[in-house]
Write a protein that binds this ligand. Sequence first.
Ligand code: PHE
Length: 336
Amino acid sequence: MLDTINIIKQNALTELEKVTDVQLLDAFRINFLARKGQIAELFDKLKDVPSDQRPAAGKALNELRVLVQSNFDEKKATLEQTSNKRASKIDLSLPGRKHWVGSKHPLMQTLDEIKRIFLGMGFTVETGPEIEDDYHNFEALNFPPDHPARDMQDTFFISEKVLLRTHTSPVQIRVMEKQQPPIRVIIPGRVYRNEAVSARSYCLFHQVEGLYVDTHVNFAELKGTLVAFAKQLYGSSLKYRFRPSFFPFTEPSAEMDITCFLCHGKGCRVCKGSGWLEILGCGMVDPNVFSSVGYDTEKYTGYAFGMGIERITMLRYGIDDIRLLFENEIRFLSQF
Ligand code: PHE
């Protein structure tokens, strides 16, 4: 009997060591301490022990029960403590974690709106490469070899003949190279200029180009299209004007102004006192441009226009620093 008691004692103590959670602890209790457990079974067998050995066996058995029970109690207490500690780390009163919902960048919202208006007038969307060659960016667009825009100060050159496009106009050439008139496309995209970064200019910005080529296209249609566009974008009460201008690839050329959103024409800091803000450049496609893509200059005429999306976005939302549009600061972007 004493041997059995010793074996059970060893077993119980090593089993208890392995207990790491309440389920295992309960299994241990059922195995050793419950009414049908190993220790109770031994108590049942006590009556079979010869009477001279019985007192010693009873004593040892009692000691075993007390030992196992107290070790069990201790284990139970430590297990409860650690699970309490874990539970106390959960603060049910904390507000839930906020899930940030992304939003469309204000530039892309403006672009969507511009696209919607022109698609409604029968234009389709084309795109072209941001890394361009000198031919498409300048030469085919009738820039003379010594034109100041070709200067290192304006253009990011990659090599002598390869550069980051300075406007979306080279895509006019790419579209005309691969298809015949009638053409009616808008071309959104990024453009790059080597300018000092300030509140008004950035080394990267976005343009939307427009190109319409067919027989009998005239300047009145150009004006009509742009006025219809601007009124949809800014509201029908918009005031506008066209000013003569110059671009190598259009003749005649013009720029379109609208009344300043801030002072409504009175003159202020934003419009530099003039009351007007320029929103785009435009003109009739220069016959030299048609020649460079092999179009019949007697048969076809066309108009083109180009606008900066940053400028239009800043006017729409009253943003006074272009750099905000490129910093991707969540607190700024989440306002739109
Ligand atoms: N490409 C010109 C610019 O970047 C804009 C323009 C496009 C002007 C088409 C006329 C016609 O300033």
